[in-house]
Design a binder for this molecule. Structure first.
Ligand code: HEM
Ligand code: NAG
Ligand code: NAG
Ligand code: NAG
Ligand code: NAG
Ligand code: NAG
Ligand code: NAG
Ligand code: NAG
Ligand code: NAG
Length: 520
């Protein structure tokens, strides 16, 4: 799928200072943010993530049985956010976007394919870095971007925590009375006019289906290319626009859709809502620019409605420069190397053919500067184009503390680190290898590895991240370092695993198990 390019304007240069990021469950917030940036930005080609492709074009459907279902993934993703978050209780600090909806798909109020379709598609991008609920938030933003909104209309934050059980019921249905509906939205933080607007915003996209609501949708909607019998709320269910509003106000087209015009008055929930303030809110939304800005701001509040215990990150900005897949390795004589890729994201200005980086020690930046002369691979993004430069060079060690280029700096910990190139993974097991300064090992007890494994759980498609601690055994020395191995560790699943090692108070940087050598 070829993404539609939109001019970037000026990309802010993100300046991260090392070590200033908070941790959540032993994972740096910066690592969470950069992983999400990757899922959002790397859309095609090198280091691609297929997430955004699912809603490109907006009419696409990635669920089972393909395009003839009369279903649309972007609409499912937007509806998911509504059903997950509207049962929040702000006063109690509970609920919100927490993927609890995964446990609630069999409730009548959550009728349809959307819950499990959405969760199945997003499962591969769930890891200790990126919760399902963070994926859900991206899903709404990506959908709007691909459906005619803007890529940068809604800031994307991460740090949401997935629920481990169902939450309370209470999603309004077509037959729910106005008072109950407004009370439910109010508990989730939205007043009357905001509820009207949010509903009109949501019902700009997608359909009501005969398969779910046979009393509202006529059986004639079902055809061989619309098997579930989906009927749009307006004539452009795959364009995020205010047609649903102008149809309603003007009495044109579908007049706002079947929840306005349903044969049975009890099913006219959208009509009851829209008319409840004498159409004042709908009148305001009939100006397209007002619709877009109101929807962006309300959707932003909706994805950021989270349990009180959750602290969201700063907004994620597409990064002009970043490093990915940073790994350390060691030779038998103790020479430590740092490897990975530097990514440039560009729109109008072609990337340089040569990129310089250096590494710093506590006593100053090393003068040895590595020149990377080859752009190894390239890709495309809804933000422009990407190009990747590979690097691998020996560093002064011990003592290297950061990797620096183009005004960006990444922390390096060469006192204790996982050997990404020497660790292995198979379908069902890991062998984790790591190095630690021999001087660190005396008196601090034994080294342990931590594997954050996405594991199946009962009652939901959402994997739960289970961190497993494994003992590591010293097996060799290499210069100033002692080398450790976990031996074979059986795990339920080896994809999207995150690993780190601990020794006393010292912790390594986390790395992706997907970078390990693929063993037998
Ligand atoms: C009183 C409030 C609401 C009621 C009673 C309601 C009801 C419904 C119903 C019955 C459907 C048809 C589902 C199907 O057959 O697949 C639907 C679809 C949809 N709703 Fe709502 N809704 C409400 C508010 C919202 C809000 C606030 C949003 C988003 C912020 C939203 C987003 C959507 C979307 C995107 C669809 C299309 C789903 C698809 O095509 O798969 N709705 N809604
Ligand atoms: C492992 O998980 C537990 C519970 O989720 C958490 O308290 C602990 O900090 C985690 N350990 C590490 C090393 O991240
Ligand atoms: C609802 O909140 C909006 C701000 O989003 C405010 O302008 C409006 O007056 C409020 N409406 C009611 C009915 O409280
Ligand atoms: C609100 O708009 C609807 C649809 O155009 C119309 O049927 C209704 O009479 C209007 N009500 C008020 C109070 O303006
Ligand atoms: C209209 O819907 C209500 C609520 O679902 C139901 O009780 C009633 O029987 C329906 N009326 C008709 C004529 O189908
Ligand atoms: C980087 O180069 C060093 C030295 O040649 C080598 O030991 C190491 O395995 C390389 N790293 C990777 C990730 O291939
Ligand atoms: C600075 O640190 C590096 C790495 O630890 C070391 O090799 C070098 O000797 C140090 N230089 C000075 C002047 O201390
Ligand atoms: C969704 O998947 C869960 C977990 O497998 C299952 O329990 C539930 O019944 C499914 N829901 C629907 C509507 O198919
Ligand atoms: C920090 C550290 O342990 N440095 C040692 C590395 O190895 C050299 C040579 O054996 C020692 O001189 C350093 O003290």
């Amino acid at each position: 799928m070829v993404p539609s390019f939109r001019p970037l304007g000026l990309l802010p240069l993100l300046m991260f200072s090392t070590g200033s990021f908070s941790q959540l469950n032993g994972i740096d917030m910066r690592d969470r943010m950069e992983e999400m940036e990757h899922i959002w930005v790397d859309n095609n080609g090198a280091n691609t993530d297929g997430f955004v492709g699912a809603v490109s074009p907006c009419s696409n459907y990635v669920g089972p049985n393909g395009q003839n279902r009369g279903e649309q993934s972007s609409a499912q993703w937007v509806r998911f956010v509504f059903h997950d978050s509207v049962t929040a209780n702000l006063a109690a600090g509970t609920g919100g976007v927490d993927a609890s909806l995964g446990f609630e798909s069999d409730r009548p109020e959550n009728l349809g394919l959307f819950v499990n379709d959405t969760l199945r598609f997003m499962s591969p991008t769930v890891s200790a870095y990126t919760s399902m609920s963070d994926n859900i938030a991206l899903g709404l933003i990506a959908s709007l971007a691909e459906c005619g909104g803007t890529t940068t209309g809604i800031p994307l934050r991460v740090g949401r925590i997935d629920a481990e059980e169902a939450g309370p019921a209470g999603v309004p249905e077509p037959t729910t009375d106005l008072k109950t509906t407004l009370a439910q939205f109010a508990a989730a933080g939205f007043n009357q006019s905001e509820t009207i607007a949010l509903t009109a915003c949501g019902h700009s996209l997608g359909r009501i289906h005969f398969s779910n609501f046979p009393d509202i949708v006529d059986a004639s909607a079902v055809t061989s290319t619309n098997i579930n019998g989906g009927v749009g709320f307006d004539a452009t269910p795959a364009v995020f626009d205010n047609a649903v509003v102008t149809d309603y106000i003007g009495g044109t087209g579908a007049q706002g859709g079947l929840l306005v015009t349903a044969g049975n008055v009890s099913d006219r929930s959208d009509f009851r809502l829209y008319v409840s303030d004498n159409n004042v809110t709908m009148q305001a939304l009939s100006v397209e620019a007002t619709f877009q800005s109101q929807c962006n701001s309300l959707f932003e509040r909706m994805i950021n409605t989270v349990p009180a215990a959750v602290t969201l990150s700063d907004p994620i900005t597409p990064m002009t420069w970043k490093a990915v897949d940073i790994g350390l390795d060691i030779t038998p004589t103790g020479a430590v190397s740092i490897s990975g890729y530097i990514r440039n994201l560009y729109y109008a200005t072609a990337p340089p053919t040569v990129v310089y980086y250096d590494t710093s020690t506590a006593n100053g930046t090393l003068s040895a500067v590595e020149v990377t002369t080859t752009a190894l691979s390239s890709g495309t993004s809804i933000f422009g184009y990407t190009v990747y430069y590979g690097f691998n060079n020996t560093i002064a060690s011990p003592g290297t503390t950061s990797l620096n280029f183009e005004g960006i700096s990444y922390p390096v910990n060469d006192e204790i680190f996982i050997l990404t190139a020497q660790s292995t993974s198979s379908r069902s097991d890991f062998v984790l290898k790591a190095a630690a300064l021999t001087s660190l090992t005396s008196g601090l007890g034994s080294m342990t590895g931590v594997l954050y494994v996405p594991e199946r759980q009962q009652g939901t498609v959402v994997n739960k991240i289970v961190n497993t601690t494994v003992p590591m055994t010293a097996y060799a020395t290499a210069g100033n370092y002692t080398l450790f191995s976990s031996g074979s560790v059986a795990v339920q699943n080896t994809r999207s695993v995150i690993a780190k090692v601990l020794l006393g108070d010292s912790a390594s940087r986390t790395v992706k198990g997907d970078l390990f050598a693929q063993g037998a």
